[in-house]
Design a protein around this ligand. Sequence first.
Ligand code: ARG
Length: 238
Amino acid sequence: MKKILLFIFICLLLCGCKKNDNELVMVTEAGFAPYEYYEDGEIVGVDVEIAKEIAKKVNKTLVIKDIYFDSIINELKSGKADFAIAGMSITDERKKEVDFSNEYITSRQIVIVNNNSSIESINEINNKIVAVQLGSVADSHVTKNKITDNIVRQKKYLSMIEDLKANKVDLIIMDELPAKEILKNNSELKILDGYIFEDSYAVAVKKGNTELLNQINEVIDELKKNGKISEYILSYSK
Ligand code: ARG
């Protein structure tokens, strides 16, 4: 009898670990307003609205997993999540590892400094102490182009902001809208004129998951066409 109970218990445990077929698991890094951030303990934002539409389309319950940005691609590759939506920029490097949907937004990589910084232009960032999010396009840009030997790679934007305000770093390179959101609560910081480069966001899935990707593309095309994406941006940029 004991053995049977133990067997049932183990089976239940194993079932619990398996991904539920009625669920659609989204993975993100929720420190990136207006795209994904916490409000009253819940993850909300532009990307979450898009994800809800995707879940509706495939008739599944949306589950949101918040992890570090640099772990997102592995989470998809290992099949632990069905799709990633994280203000994630399309790059050739990432395309080797995951498949991207149609783009849903264009962005720019900008520079944040302290108001009283001696850095006056984006042309003065070389050899400065530069903070970026670990695994982001800003990270690969600064690394590949050898902008500086002093790169501080953080997992969370909040840590970078604290470092910048404490003058531990000279500047942050990051996406424009999230930077503007941060500035709303940090009047001692500013964005320099101009931008480092432009990029576009898309949803990512495990390589070869064309069935889901096609459905995601239909949702994105529709949301772009009917102006919903712009609406989401307006309503989450408070
Ligand atoms: N767009 C940048 C990239 O793809 C940064 C994205 C960061 N997103 C986030 N949810 N933390 O590398």
